[in-house]
Design a protein around this ligand. Structure first.
Ligand SMILES: Nc1ncnc2c1ncn2[C@@H]1O[C@H](COP(=O)(O)OP(=O)(O)OP(=O)(O)O)[C@@H](O)[C@H]1O
Length: 485
């Protein structure tokens, strides 16, 4: 039971508490207690506020960034109508910045923001916006501590501020995979009660050049091509992913290259063990201490082949379209990623593989798919042209693609490489090294929603008892402790 507010009207006290509903959704409910006297009512108010102020996990001051152009452009409205009233009721002070350009939030966090004032940063937007805020915060923390993040082996300093996500983007995969639903009210309530879920962050380098951090998906081949194409169709809104997905599927290209990876140890499970990661997950809690190095089983594996897709899923990457996600058993905070290699196969086989992301069948149960849980990996593309698998004649290619390909770059058959899709951003290099970091500091305020203790029946029956505040009740503090659970 989590109270988020108390106020008094004459002899009655009203509280708000969180109630879980279906499909991981949370709602705010009110409950009223009646007091026998005004003095007792004030005593309760004071005691409850004191108890609430002792809950140090709960944020009191937040910095909120709203992307007004994410998803269906409803970010501002979602925040004003659904989130701000809840923050107000929970006495959270929020400084709100509506972004004016891409990377506004990142740059503000990197240099200007007075972070000491805040208990957390909230992102109202999609995965791209979350990634901006992650980059702003991580970079700022490294700069403040004199850490050079361009060094692939630098020991990064964990961020002390948490990030909350109010979903208002197109896919909102990070929110869905960690909370279990894309619902702004649920996310706001998780933030209010101070829930916290640590997350893996990986750093992506090209030699000694730092490229980006990633928390969800690094995808080369299919997902890289989908993103490249969909970026040209941003004006279409979320529907662009369907069109670009269909188009990329029809082009059916493969890419040759070498993947090297350092497998994780056995005690972090494996991608096919069907153990879903939840708050308090034993595998995530079992992670090695920061001073225990090196991670991994110690022996690098090398695979050279032709791939339709190379995906590294640091979390399940579940979203409403794919409720299980790319790797259903991937863990949020175990310092590993599930590396999924989809080798050259027929278009029909690839379709079967994709289809399994939407149903209950095992998407790894194909001869052309393999999956490894890894600590680090590298990829080097082969210097050769991408080839259409179907070996279509020029005529066939034109027939197949002319209706959906209006501009030459969208169907560029002579491109040598695909691009990496890094949490929805395109990386400028195909050759990359990736390292997963166990960050002790929490990166989010939002959990997968299973850690709250609650017992509504007990409190509701207390509310109905007229003698609740009478002298035969236990002392106020004891009663409060019970209530606040
Ligand atoms: N004011 C702005 N104008 C233009 N672009 C912005 C602005 N603020 C943020 N952005 C950029 O918009 C991009 C997309 O935003 P966001 O992730 O919120 O929505 P989305 O792409 O629709 O959703 P998703 O990433 O979940 O698919 C981000 O990469 C961010 O850098």
């Amino acid at each position: 039971m989590c109270y988020i507010l108390s106020h008094s009207r004459s002899l009655s006290l009203s509280f708000s508490y969180v109630r879980r509903t279906r499909q991981h959704r949370w709602r705010c409910c009110d409950i009223t207690f009646h007091c026998s006297s005004q003095a007792l009512s004030q005593q309760w108010i004071q005691a409850i506020n004191e108890q609430l102020s002792l809950l140090s996990d709960r944020p009191k001051s937040l910095l909120v960034y709203i992307n007004p152009y994410g998803g269906k452009r409803r970010g501002k409205r979602i925040y004003e109508q659904k989130v701000a009233p809840l923050f107000h009721r929970a006495s959270i002070l929020a400084d709100v910045i509506v972004t004016e350009r891409a990377n506004h939030a990142r740059d503000h966090l990197k240099t200007e923001a007075n972070l000491e004032k805040y208990d957390g940063v909230v992102c109202v937007g999609g995965d791209g916006m979350f990634s901006e805020i992650l980059h702003g915060l991580v970079t700022r923390t490294q700069t403040d501590h004199g850490v050079d993040q361009s060094q692939p082996d630098a020991d990064l300093v964990p961020c002390s501020l948490r990030i909350g996500i109010i979903p208002a983007g197109s896919t909102d995969c990070v929110c869905f995979a960690s909370v279990g639903t894309n619902d702004p009210v649920t996310s706001a309530l998780h933030i209010i009660v101070g829930d916290c879920q640590p997350m893996d962050v990986c750093s992506v380098h090209n030699s000694n050049t730092f490229l980006r951090y990633s928390v969800s998906l690094l995808g080369y081949g299919f997902y890289g091509d989908v993103l490249t194409d969909s970026e040209r169709k941003r004006w279409m809104g979320p529907a662009r992913y369907d069109l670009s997905g269909a188009k990329t599927f029809l082009t059916h290209k493969y890419y040759e290259g070498t993947v090297s990876f350092l497998p994780a140890e056995d005690n972090v499970g494996n991608p096919r063990d069907k153990l879903q990661c939840r708050s308090g997950c034993c595998i995530c809690q079992y992670k090695p201490q920061l001073d225990e190095k090196p991670y991994g089983s110690g022996r690098w594996c090398v695979i050279r082949d032709k791939f339709i897709a190379i995906n590294a899923a640091s979390m399940s990457c579940a979203c409403p379209r794919s409720p299980k996600g790319l790797s259903p058993s991937a863990h949020l905070a175990d310092g590993t990623t599930d590396l999924i290699l989809v080798r050259k196969c027929s278009r029909l086989d690839f379709f079967r593989h994709l289809l399994r992301h939407t149903n209950k069948d095992d998407q790894f149960d194909h001869s052309f798919v393999e999956v490894h849980r890894v600590r680090k990996f590298r990829f080097h593309p082969k210097q050769q042209e991408a080839v259409s698998l179907e070996d279509l004649s020029e005529t066939n290619k034109k027939m197949a693609f002319s209706p959906i390909c209006s501009t030459p770059p969208a169907c560029n058959y002579s491109s040598t490489h695909s691009s990496w899709n890094c949490d929805g951003e395109i990386l400028p290099h195909a050759a990359i090294q990736v390292r997963y970091l166990i960050m002790t500091g929490p990166f989010k305020l939002l959990p997968s929603g299973s850690c709250l203790r609650r017992n509504p029946r007990r409190v509701e029956s207390g509310a109905r008892r007229s003698s609740f505040f009478s002298s035969d009740s236990p002392t106020l503090q004891t009663e409060l402790k019970k209530l606040l659970g």
